[in-house]
Design a protein around this ligand. Structure first.
Ligand code: PMP
Length: 461
């Protein structure tokens, strides 16, 4: 029997195990297009609909229990409902008497100082409400500071849901063009072809080719933005990082680290501490919100100061005649920016991590090694790829996966079958997604996961 049949059988079993999720989707379809409010939450034949979370576990509407390795795409570093985070939220609201001041406040400074200590390249920072807003602001900062109007990003890298970066994230392989000079492939309806010209696509982990493109277009490109670890699991090589920093400096192009996934997951100081690189601008999100919507953008003082309202007026200033024009200052605003309750949750998250992050790394390595051994036992070529507290299981005979095109050559079909079978065994990640761990994943969860893997691989190989 071929593997397609195997996948169909695995999906059938999953459908049998999750009738309540299927039924519930008909209700979500009545209120949201495609039944979801974020496209990533959708998968065929239907996503699992969760009803309760506790520690490392999620429970679906059918009462099935899952060990959660998706952790809301990596955001939950302490699992679900951590008491210290819950306490911090309640304390903030009770002591401050409100969830929102609408003015600068103490927690903005407290969090800012904490971030500056752990990420010294963030000399000044601004708060946003999501990773998308953070990378969007970082891009505008780069345009404003350099006076140039193009951005370079790497093929296979995701930076959120706005027009300039919704290109070549997961492009069809027959549209990607040359390896050393990738095409810019638009990946959302509604994004104008203008962006094919204004977003330059670079090949990841290929310094020579990337440097070549950058030097040819140095007068147009304001910044290079990258996920230091592509998709959270394909690491940049150290020599590539060192070279990219050097080349961008030489060409007067800013370097933006999108650390929305890697921040606090690769180490307390993120990828920049790991690689010992000082980016010009950094975007943070996910973990640092403690399970609530947050983003941060920070960087060199002289760059960040382009948003300082003291320098000029802004669109809300009615006394415009007294100052210079709004367009002299980078506009950045937001009703909820620096939300006190979220910053309290974020600070509690960091405080806990300062004590416990090394344990998460140890547990992650234990799981990776266990999975590697189980595949090896069955003679299946694969790799667990990743750093810190995130990794992915890639079924491949290739030596090393360094970029999007190599990843596309791996066996997604078998991986998907494994994932659906694991879902039936109570191991949760969205099919084909990476694994993230938390401080509440321990020996018990790892053993249960490896037992489930063993049973699934036995059925398959
Ligand atoms: N950048 C990266 C690297 C991300 O992983 C994500 C989210 N997956 C974003 C930006 C966007 O963040 P958000 O979903 O909070 O808008």
């Amino acid at each position: 029997m071929d593997k397609e049949d195997g996948l169909n059988r695995a999906i059938k079993k999953y459908v049998e195990k999750t009738p309540g999720s299927k039924e519930f989707l008909s209700q979500t379809n009545e209120v949201m297009p495609g039944g979801v409010t974020a496209n990533i939450k959708s998968f065929d034949p239907h996503p699992v609909i969760m009803k309760k979370g506790m520690g490392a576990y999620l429970y679906d509407v059918d009462g099935n229990e899952y060990i959660d390795y998706l952790l809301s795409y990596g955001a939950l570093m302490h699992g679900h409902g951590h008491p210290e985070i819950n306490k911090a939220i309640h304390t903030q609201i009770e002591e401050d008497g409100t969830s929102l001041f609408g003015t600068p406040h103490a927690l903005e400074v407290k969090m800012g100082k904490k971030i500056q200590a752990l990420y010294p390249s963030l000399e000044l920072l601004r708060y946003t409400n999501s990773g998308t807003e953070a990378t969007l602001l970082a891009t505008r900062m780069a345009y404003a500071y350099t006076g140039k109007n193009k951005i370079a990003k790497f093929e296979g890298h995701y930076h959120g849901g706005f027009d300039q970066v919704l290109l070549s994230v997961n492009p069809p392989i027959d549209e990607v063009g040359l390896q050393h000079e990738p095409n810019a492939v638009i990946e959302s309806r509604g994004v104008d072809s203008y962006h094919e010209e204004h977003t330059v696509i670079l090949p990841f982990n290929d310094l020579e080719a990337a440097a070549n493109i950058l030097s040819k277009r140095r007068d147009e490109i304001a910044a290079v933005v990258l996920e230091p670890v592509q998709g959270g699991f394909i690491p940049a090589e150290q020599s590539f990082m060192d070279g990219l920093r050097k080349v961008t400096e030489e060409l007067d192009i800013l370097l933006i680290f999108d650390e929305v996934k890697t921040g606090f997951r690769l180490g307390l100081g993120g990828a920049q501490a790991f690689y010992k690189i000082n980016p010009d601008i950094t975007a943070l999100g996910k973990v640092v919100g403690g399970g609530f919507p947050v983003g941060m953008v920070g960087g060199k003082k002289e760059i960040m100061m382009v948003s300082s309202p003291k320098a000029s007026s802004d669109v809300f200033d009615s006394s415009q005649s007294l100052k210079s024009s709004a367009k002299d200052v980078l506009f950045h605003s937001g009703t909820y920016n620096g939300h006190p309750t979220i910053l309290a949750a974020g600070l509690a998250t960091i405080n806990l991590l300062e004590k416990e992050l090394h344990n998460v790394f140890a547990v992650t390595n234990q799981l990776k090694e266990g999975i590697n051994k189980l595949f090896a036992k069955r003679g299946v070529a694969m790799q667990t790829i990743g750093l810190g507290s995130i990794f992915n299981v890639v079924i491949t005979e290739q030596d090393k996966i360094l970029n999007y095109r190599q990843l596309q050559q791996s066996n997604f079909k078998i991986r998907k079958e494994i994932d659906f079978r694991l879902l039936c065994e109570g191991i949760y990640t969205k099919p084909l997604n990476r694994y993230s761990l938390s401080t509440v994943h321990g020996e018990k969860e790892i053993n249960r996961t490896l037992d489930a893997y063993d049973r699934v691989l036995m059925q398959l190989f």
